[in-house]
Ligand binder design. Structure first.
Ligand SMILES: *Cc1c(COP(=O)(O)O)cnc(C)c1O
Length: 313
């Protein structure tokens, strides 16, 4: 359909956040509004296909088209933003889509999966044992018939083509700001890896894993970056205390934060990723983590599809 959407377009906006707490610590806060990325390019685009999912899918979609594939196939959990993003991308660009979902089918479908089917995605379910085989790339061992004219994208969407897309986030920021710190939420680590690789060498990049035990991501990020970025050259920190109980978990404190932040700044955050990172940054500010005079850039990676009522699609 509209391949123009993927052309090198205007960068997503970088906004100053006027926050009295940050100012009282002598800090300047910027928000990179990647949540507005696709909306920026074309207003009727679904909110599912924005943010870091837009960055990660961009070159995958172009590659699928180049390879003449008629469909996209991917897999993930029932609340995965990646599943929603692939479904939306398929709808927009005219690919058939299959989403292999971990676990049992539940009715009614949750908002993420309901949205995916509205976009035309065909859902198939695999129990946890079988799903594990998928994660290990043992496609031949699973009980599903997989059509071979589908372009396969891994769980969470992280591959070399996604890294290329996320490096453009870093390249954009190089032209927009010389902030000292860049903060980003992490799932698989693909986005932070690309951001880190695309940024000029000076600033510190801080990741906030949305999963429990996020320290394993150091190794994952290293793997994603591969040989070009040898060990020890990373200017990367992970703040692993802001998972709020684990992936997609939350507590009243987190939801209160989302509410207050929206009331104060007019910016919506999702509870799976972005709210945990924003909360973490403000908590670290209060603990004196950032040196006075520093500029901190927070990457709003999107993710609002799961928090929206289905009627708004
Ligand atoms: C998927 C997602 C992430 C995690 O990205 P990774 O590249 O897997 O680390 C972060 N933020 C949002 C909003 C997401 O949807």
């Amino acid at each position: 359909m509209s391949w123009d959407l993927l052309r090198d377009d205007e960068p997503s906006p970088l906004e100053e956040l006027h926050d009295s707490l940050a100012s009282s610590y002598g800090l300047r806060i910027l928000v990179k509004r990647d949540d507005l990325l696709a909306l920026y390019a074309r207003s009727e685009v679904f909110p599912a296909f924005c943010g870091n999912k837009w960055r990660k899918l961009k070159y995958n979609l172009l590659e699928a088209r180049k390879a003449g594939q008629s469909g996209l196939l991917t897999f993930g959990g029932a609340y995965s933003n990646h599943i929603a993003a692939v479904a939306a991308a398929g709808y927009i660009f005219g690919f058939r889509t299959i989403g292999i979902i971990r676990g049992e089918p539940h009715t009614p479908l949750n908002p993420t999966l309901a949205f995916a089917t509205t976009c035309g995605m065909e859902l198939r379910y695999l129990d946890r044992t079988e799903f594990k085989k998928l994660r290990e790339n043992k496609w031949q061992d699973i009980s599903l018939e997989i059509p071979d004219h589908y372009f396969s994208i891994p769980e969470g969407g992280t591959n070399d083509l996604a890294l290329k897309g996320c490096m453009e986030l870093g390249a954009e920021l190089n032209l927009q700001t010389d902030a000292n710190f860049f903060c980003v939420p992490c799932g698989t680590g693909g986005t932070i890896a690309g951001l880190h690789a695309g940024l000029k060498p000076m600033p510190v990049v801080i990741g906030f894993p949305a999963l429990k035990g996020g320290a394993f991501l150091y190794g994952e990020i290293q793997k994603i970056l591969g040989e070009q970025h040898p060990k020890g050259s990373l200017r990367l920190r992970l703040e692993t205390d802001y998972h709020f109980g684990g992936y997609a978990r939350g507590n009243p404190l987190l939801f209160q934060f989302i509410h207050h932040f929206h009331a104060q700044h007019g910016i919506l955050l999702d509870h799976v990723y972005t709210a945990k990172m924003f909360f973490g940054v403000f908590d670290l500010i209060k603990k004196g983590y950032f040196p006075k005079g520093a500029t901190i850039c927070l990457i709003h990676t999107g993710g609002l599809q799961g928090s929206m009522p289905i009627s708004s699609f």
